[in-house]
Ligand binder design. Structure first.
Ligand code: 5GP
Length: 188
């Protein structure tokens, strides 16, 4: 049997990275896709682990060659999922998670309707702004851009198959577990 594809989206600063890290520690059988991006690595990020950090030229070439399952521009940079790895992993019967923004999520869902889309929702825009500022990884203009993107993403996220509100980490993790355990999506 083929693996299942899960797509997890949520605005920048919603805490989806922490949530996913904890979830995947409990689920070593599920793979997390590594995206390609043209943005610069943040401190501590490693090429080939967090992302494949590539140039704009390399990205555009790969896009022209049809190597991406989806790609999108977000906050001034390109991000994309390589098709090859996803197809091979699913063919081996392994479940895989894409942690991508909503435009990419919608592209995948229209190509692969069986993909399960999960949106991690912030309790409020104010909480999001506090978290985004608190992590000190973006400058003011990048924060403003990400907050603008967040409003658009929240609207798009309302159409996802599942919504998990990340108010309390433990509750959010439990709710994510329930979605994966329910297997209701397997019957779609
Ligand atoms: P960050 O720069 O904070 O790592 O990521 C910015 C946004 O890009 C996040 O919403 C993240 O989910 C999204 N993203 C990461 N990889 C991909 C990808 O391969 N495709 C798309 N469409 N979005 C991605």
């Amino acid at each position: 049997m083929k693996g299942h594809l899960f797509i997890i989206s949520g605005c920048s600063g919603v805490g989806k990275g922490t949530l996913l890290k904890l979830f995947l520690e409990n689920h070593p059988e599920i793979k997390l896709s590594i995206s390609a991006t043209t943005r610069n690595p943040r401190e501590g990020e490693i090429d080939g682990i967090n992302y494949f950090f590539i140039s704009k030229e390399e990205f555009e070439k790969a896009a022209q060659n049809g190597e991406f399952l989806e790609w999108a521009e977000f906050s001034g940079n390109y991000y994309g999922t390589k098709k090859n790895y996803i197809e091979k992993t699913l063919a081996k019967g392994i479940d895989i998670i894409l942690e991508i923004e909503v435009k990419g999520a919608n592209q995948v869902k229209s190509k692969m309707p069986d993909a399960v889309t999960i949106f991690i929702m912030p309790p409020s825009i104010n909480t999001l702004e506090t978290r985004l500022r608190g992590r000190h990884t973006e400058d003011e203009s990048a924060i403003q851009l990400r907050l603008k993107e967040a409003e658009r993403e929240i609207e798009a996220g309302k159409k996802f198959d599942y919504i998990v509100v990340n108010d309390n980490l433990e509750t959010a993790l439990n709710n994510l577990e329930k979605i994966f355990n329910s297997k209701a999506w397997g019957k779609q």
